[in-house]
Design a protein around this ligand. Structure first.
Ligand code: AMP
Ligand code: GLY
Length: 439
């Protein structure tokens, strides 16, 4: 098969790395790709949001299958256009992508199909929003309805703060059209995890769990980011919780979307909050998480192309036996440019990648990288590398990843030093209990 992968981040490098290993993959293109992706795919200079450019490239090259990494081209209708041209695509239609593109849409699906989620209201009028906030009290959560690059969520600690956030969003000042409607919802206090499912429009198969570290600095301090590291599986995952998430959150979403006339094909990435052991849906994304995907791909032990093609063809059952995982934990440490998520310098030189690759079970996925005139790898974005290692347990995965990080020579970069700390602590506690039990 000739395959086109859309996107340029660490998530896409991890997908490219797996797709290229498939026996069926005879050509792999990436648009636009990055300096790491070009090691396993032919990169073409088409922007990930240039829908017509991507469609005409796919037709020209007689591409059989398109895998879409980011949400923006999906919301813009890339999958619909490819289906019109009879090209297989892994990714939802624009209508189905509204699960991520409109928080109000997603909440209404939850309400209609009895999916547990925080109580909410949808507002375009500040007076009505204010009345709702005053009725429910703080803490309360205010969200811009549309895509806001992960910045459109305010956890307000007071009613005044919530009213100010809603007024700011509705004015269009901070989020433009994405804020013309807001969702205001109950604050859920609990532990968060990510859950993935591959969907073919009718059914869903679980595709792993993960935990992300969103804050920029150690001990979950500092500003929110796109994600500074992740590991899979999530340390609190159990057989019971897995079934509960599939039965209560994922399956009703997929069945509900089919009943609404917008069947969901692609990967559903559910943000889940566990409150007193009960899972609630915080949000749906219609793509893999970044950097969760890097950890998932490191641990995946099937044929990714076969799996995604089966979903795109509406025959996911054919892929059930493909979904296998290697034992242990996979963990990704993100290296970012100093200053990220604020302003940072570009085109600083990164060395030592070859020696970092020599650490056992470790792969360095590139995100914002390019090559300068001298042929050196440089940063072109804020999140730059995903140093990803597999270990028998979280502790081993963590120490391998940081061993590799130590070999990377990039003075202008930084990373968190505590990725996976919840999982390592949970393992230590388990070991201690086992030792006490056998003593
Ligand atoms: P979202 O983009 O909707 O996932 O929100 C981003 C982050 O805000 C989530 O990952 C949570 O950490 C937090 N969050 C969102 N909604 C709630 C809620 N209802 N209660 C508590 N925290 C929330
Ligand atoms: N790491 C969070 C996300 O991809 O949305």
């Amino acid at each position: 098969m000739k395959v086109l992968l859309v996107g340029s981040g660490g998530r896409e490098h991890a997908l490219a790395w797996q797709l290229a290993q498939s026996d069926k993959c005879e050509a792999l293109y990436a648009a636009p790709g990055n300096a790491g992706i070009r090691e396993c795919a032919a990169c073409v200079a088409i922007d990930a949001e240039d829908v017509e450019g991507l469609v005409s490239f796919a037709k020209d090259k007689e591409v059989d299958m398109v895998v879409v990494g980011p949400e923006a081209p999906l919301v813009k209708g890339l999958a619909d256009r490819l289906r019109e041209e009879n090209i297989l695509v892994f990714g939802p239609s624009a209508k189905a992508a509204q699960l991520e593109g409109s928080k109000g849409f997603m909440k209404d699906i939850c309400a209609k199909y009895n999916i547990p989620t925080a109580a909410y209201g949808r507002f375009t009028d500040i007076e009505k929003a204010k009345a709702f906030i005053e009725e429910h009290g703080a803490p309360i959560v205010v969200k811009a309805d549309g895509l806001a690059a992960g910045k459109g969520v305010i956890i307000a600690q007071s009613e005044d703060e919530a009213i100010a956030a809603a007024a700011d969003m509705l004015s269009g000042n901070s989020f433009g059209a994405a804020g013309h409607e807001v969702v205001i919802e109950e604050f859920l206090d609990g532990e968060e995890l990510s859950f993935f499912a591959i969907c073919d429009g009718k059914t869903a198969l679980a595709f792993g769990s993960a935990q992300d570290h969103k804050r920029a600095y150690d001990n979950d301090q500092g500003p929110n980011t796109g994600g500074m590291g992740a590991y899979t599986p999530a340390h609190m995952m159990t057989r019971e919780l897995h079934s509960q998430i599939m039965d209560e959150l994922i399956t009703p979403t997929v069945e509900g979307m089919a009943a609404e006339g917008c069947p969901f094909t692609g990967v559903l990435f559910a943000g889940v909050m566990l409150v007193n052991s009960k899972p609630y849906l915080l949000e749906h994304n219609v793509r893999f998480g970044d950097p969760e995907c890097q950890a998932l791909m490191k641990r995946f032990d099937g044929d990714l192309l076969n799996t995604l093609v089966a979903a795109a063809q509406g025959d996911l059952e054919a892929a059930r036996s493909e979904i296998e995982w290697r034992n242990g934990t996979a963990l990704c440490v993100v290296m970012a440019a100093e200053g990220y998520p604020g302003s940072y310098v570009k085109n600083t030189v990164i060395k030592g990648l070859e020696s970092a690759h020599t650490i056992a079970e470790t792969t360095i996925f590139h995100a914002g990288t390019g090559v300068n005139d001298e042929g050196a790898i440089v940063n072109t974005g804020g999140r730059v590398l995903g140093v990803t290692a597999l270990g028998e347990n979280a502790q081993e995965a963590q120490s391998r990843a940081y061993e590799a990080v130590a070999l990377i020579d990039w003075p202008e970069g930084f990373c968190r030093k505590d990725i996976g700390y919840h999982a390592v602590a949970a393992e230590e506690e388990r070991n201690l209990r086992n030792t006490q039990a056998s003593a």
